[in-house]
Design a protein around this ligand. Structure first.
Ligand code: G3H
Ligand code: 13P
Ligand code: ZN
Length: 331
């Protein structure tokens, strides 16, 4: 059993407090391998920003939970070596059971998400409370979720809404003791967040998705003032990356994300954590595809993973500076 404090990691409590007061949000970037970890830490150090290293169940299966934890431990030392001791959280993304959350806590994660959003309300409360009771013994912070994010198959419409019900948040937070709450206000996972028919076209012919439900966010803020809110599914799906992927043999169709201006707006509110994974995947894929197509003789993985890592780092720097607003918040 290892406590995250021995590894130099931090939980999200102080980070979120400062983010709330400073009207910015902390980026939670998913990672599965060394290049992604390097890009996240390089970007966060250069931007003087705290950061959350996020590990999904898929990442655990792909890379092994123990290796990822050691990588996060290494990330703390790597940041110092790059010149700044930034706050780094190691967070479990979408934990689906008490056992999984416990296992992560026991091996050094400093924050976990228990995602009971698909369960009936009372079961979500009971499961989340159980995780919180365990986690708080070790000062590990817990993210819960209310409301279900729409997938691309789902209708983001009033009849089929899976938006968070503001009437439930106060009771949920009080009964479970969670430290932050993920909500559903129109974001969704992946690179195809909206169907083209859900969008309108602007004067330049570009598809504009329906806006996030800021009215629900405001209502939630009213009911739990000052409580840290989390947005999942917050990739913006940069169209220049999509175009490069498709130019060099990719087949991404109708890839539409959340406009960055709306995330910038959300970051100024009680939203303290914004999850971004898909945009990083697009940046890396675009870089790798371009190299494979333009330099077909290249076969050293460093020659394509290196540029993919650089592209990822630039994307993350842009996010921290222009979208999350967390740049220059670490002394
Ligand atoms: O919320 C999902 C994240 O993008 C992680 O995705 O489960 O494919 O690792 P993954
Ligand atoms: P995206 O797919 O929009 O990047 O969302 C990632 C996420 O929410 C991870 O939990
Ligand atoms: Zn998510």
């Amino acid at each position: 059993m290892v406590n995250y404090k021995e590894l130099g990691l931090v939980n999200t409590r102080e980070m979120f407090k400062k983010a709330m007061a400073g009207k910015y949000a902390i980026a939670a970037f998913n990672f599965n391998n060394m290049e992604q970890m390097q890009a996240i830490i390089q970007a966060a150090v250069e931007c003087k920003s705290p950061v959350i290293l996020q590990v999904s169940s898929g990442a655990r299966k792909y890379a092994n939970q123990t290796l990822l934890r050691y990588m996060a431990q290494g990330a703390v030392e790597y940041a110092k070596e790059l010149g700044l001791n930034i706050p780094i959280t190691l967070h479990l993304d979408h934990g689906d059971s008490f056992e999984l959350c416990k296992s992560c806590i026991d091996m050094g994660f400093s924050s976990v998400m228990i995602d009971g959003s698909h369960l009936p309300y009372e079961e979500n409360v009971a499961l989340t409370k159980k995780v919180v009771e365990y986690a708080h013994q070790f000062d590990v912070t817990v993210e819960g979720e209310l409301g279900v994010l729409a997938g691309v198959e789902d209708e983001v419409s009033a009849e089929h809404h899976t938006y968070t019900e503001p009437e439930q948040v106060e009771d949920f937070v009080k009964k479970t003791g969670v430290d932050s709450l993920a909500i559903s206000i129109g974001t969704s996972h992946g690179a195809n967040k909206f169907k083209p028919e859900q969008c309108t076209r602007n004067a330049d012919g570009i598809l504009v998705p329906p806006p996030l439900r800021f009215d629900i966010l405001k209502e939630i803020e009213k009911r739990i003032p000052g409580f840290p809110i989390v947005l999942h599914g917050s990739s913006s799906v940069p169209q220049d990356k999509v175009a490069i992927i498709n130019k060099y043999g990719g087949a991404l169709k109708d890839a539409i994300g959340i406009p960055e201006e709306q995330l910038r707006e959300a970051a100024k509110s009680a939203v303290c954590k914004i999850n971004i994974d898909s945009d990083g995947r697009l940046a890396m894929t675009a870089a790798v595809r371009e190299i494979f197509a333009t330099k077909p003789a290249e076969f050293d993985p460093r020659k394509y993973l290196g540029p993919a890592r650089d592209s990822l780092k630039e994307l993350y720097k842009h996010k921290l500076t222009n979208v999350l607003g967390s740049a220059n918040t670490v002394e």
